[in-house]
Design a protein around this ligand. Sequence first.
Ligand code: SAH
Ligand code: SF4
Ligand code: F3S
Length: 440
Amino acid sequence: MSAPKKLFIKTYGCQMNVYDSERMAEALGGEGYVETKSPDDADMILLNTCHIREKAAEKVYSELGRFKGLKAEKPDLKIGVAGCVAQAEGQEIMRRQPLVDLVVGPQSYHRLPEMEAKAREGEKVLDTDFPEEDKFEKLKNRPKAKRGPTAFLTVQEGCDKFCAFCVVPYTRGAEVSRPADRILREAQDLVERGVREITLLGQNVNAYHGAGANGDMTLAQLIWELDKVDGLERIRFTTSHPNDMQDDLIEAHGTCAKLMPYLHLPVQAGSDKILKRMNRAHTAESYLRLIERIRAARPDILISGDFIVGFPEETEADFQATLDLVEEVKYGTAYSFKYSTRPGTPAAERPQVDPAEADDRLQRLQSLLTKQQREVQDSMVGRDVTVLFEKAGRFPGQMVGKSDYLHAVHVADCDRAIGDLARVRILSSGANSLAGALID
Ligand code: SAH
Ligand code: SF4
Ligand code: F3S
């Protein structure tokens, strides 16, 4: 038998890309590839790219340029670009960087084995279609390898919201939900391989409306089906749009024990003028009322968010409205970004905020969010939480896991195994994690 070929995948961007990279590795596993941690001994290098940040494409080109020496030494090395930059740039990538053998958009990963074979024969291959078929259903060369206790599972992809700043509707395409039976089979399979916690992924996951046995299902209905899977202990989902937060999903946060008390619900801004220009289709007030309803269903839920500062025409007063909203919500964690133009999106053409002003606002917002994050984390001290252990800690006998609220928790003198759940009393709060002790 010939030695296995080696595959090096570098993943950028969101959790969906992490999930996609796993699927690509499995698909190429069926073609005799094993993963390697270094590009130096790879027979194939795949960059799974993200287009959400400024100069994303430029960064990909410079990353590709670094493989020049490797390719010169190893003419058989194949280099591929996948993900959202592949979708956005397409043919341009091969034109600008002749090192590249293969360009594959996010909706075509099931065609990767064929593409790889063509690339091996010296062809340049490109596929950035949006085919109808379910790519994950076709990506079936899955070895039954054991896995860690947590996994992502994509249930929905693409987005129809067209927020004025965002490339996702262009790179991931229209919103599509996977049928429930396939998701349930995949969840069952993950549990058999050792997974205890599944995070359901979608660009707009709470818009899920996949086919079920009795017509389309909501995300809450899907969660209740997953609740029945023995051995699956925890369910999370991300990312949600405020306008798709349906009643049954809110209710599930209060009634489904496996659904974790953590919700990522981006608002982006606190000024109604800016929200309107962002095409968000909600107001600050409607968002705040929504948070109230969610907290009524699950009082201890940890709220997480995304923010953009310096969106075109944002004034100091608009920015102040964002700070006011943050004060009112009290976020347990948050991601905040300075607006950056994405060519092809509606906001790209509008008058930009002075970059120094935007930097200053970002700093002010981040210091408020960091303070809140710390307060919420500190408020865990003295409380009992459930921890799912994910790995050994740095010190002998120490284990590290995540609480229900997704805080990292270090536990000393811990005789539990990876994948175990245990009740833990929180004793102290550090810079980015909590420390606790096993209760019984
Ligand atoms: N589907 C998710 C996330 C999309 S991208 C959602 O709707 O919430 C993740 C985050 O990146 C967004 O929530 C937004 O805060 C940020 N983002 C997207 N485009 C951006 C841009 N052009 N400039 C700055 N931040 C952006
Ligand atoms: Fe982008 Fe999210 Fe808006 Fe969709 S809902 S356009 S993914 S920010
Ligand atoms: Fe980036 Fe594409 Fe995800 S642009 S954030 S990798 S959907």
